[in-house]
Design a protein around this ligand. Structure first.
Ligand SMILES: [Zn+2]
Length: 72
């Protein structure tokens, strides 16, 4: 579920609400004062960056299987 940022127009409080897609902001009330006079903010911080990285083990496949010559 997406998280929407809201701002209360009454107490100017910022809060995030976990809403389903299709829900209206009219169903959202301020958790601080309980007023439904809230405004939806644009979520501009929609970026997922994975910090760190996995170390790839350099597997040196050197075993090609050379032709064994064992002549007698
Ligand atoms: Zn409020």
């Amino acid at each position: 579920m997406p998280i929407y940022e809201y701002k209360c127009s009454k107490c100017s409080r910022l809060f995030s609400v976990l809403q389903k897609i299709g829900m209206s902001e009219k169903d959202t009330v301020c958790p601080d004062c309980g007023s439904n006079n809230v405004k939806k903010l644009l979520s501009a911080f929609s970026c997922s960056a994975a910090e760190g990285g996995a170390f790839m083990p350099s597997a040196s496949a050197d075993a090609c299987g050379g032709g064994g010559g064992g002549g007698g």
